[in-house]
Design a binder for this molecule. Sequence first.
Ligand code: DX5
Ligand code: ZN
Length: 229
Amino acid sequence: MSFDRKIKIAPSILSADFANFGQEIQAIEGQGADWVHIDVMDGHFVPNLTFGPQAVKSFRPHVKTVMDVHLMIAPVDTYIDAYAEAGADVLTAHIEAGPHIHRTLQAIRGAGMKAGVALNPGTPAEAVEHLLDLTDLVCVMTVNPGFGGQKFIDMTAKVRKLRAMIGDRPIHIEIDGGVDPKTAPLVAKAGADVLVAGSAVFRGGSVENPDVYGENIKAIRAAAEGVWV
Ligand code: DX5
Ligand code: ZN
């Protein structure tokens, strides 16, 4: 996985057909997705339940790009090896999920993955200040985690602060929640490079009609890149 700050679109398969993940992943990658975002929820840290390590492992052969696994679970540490074995490229844990995020990030890297730290909307940018040397990605939540299709919460001031704190370090800023062609330019301009989008990518399309995914991805990318010129 090489580092750059180009805009990357990471469709969240939370909005895919749950009976057909393999083909859904192939469809979004065939239509220009840069990363594949996988939302792991435990019904405890967030009020919703999705997939465990065994399911994530079964997605792996279908993902040719980057498998970006977002853990919305607590505790985290007992599951790190299972997600490494499942083949995650990036493993992101929430700073709010426990008292020892520093140790968690070390353990994620120690298991051979890129380490991400996610911030809920109520958590300030400063919370990651002493974690940046252990971090490959900061995920700024622009919804309260748990469900797709929620309304974007404006976190551009937080993104700007993080971008300044990060400086030249090779750390991605990822935005998760309510990203669409209207909201993407706000966060891209503030310094984000990875844009997760669930409903805005899958809306209107299907594995039988994947071109719609392509159009949706293109619209988000064009809106985000538009602010660069
Ligand atoms: C929310 C998840 C998101 C979600 C994004 O808890 O982490 O990845 O699927 O979905 P949209 O783009 O529909 O807000
Ligand atoms: Zn997510």
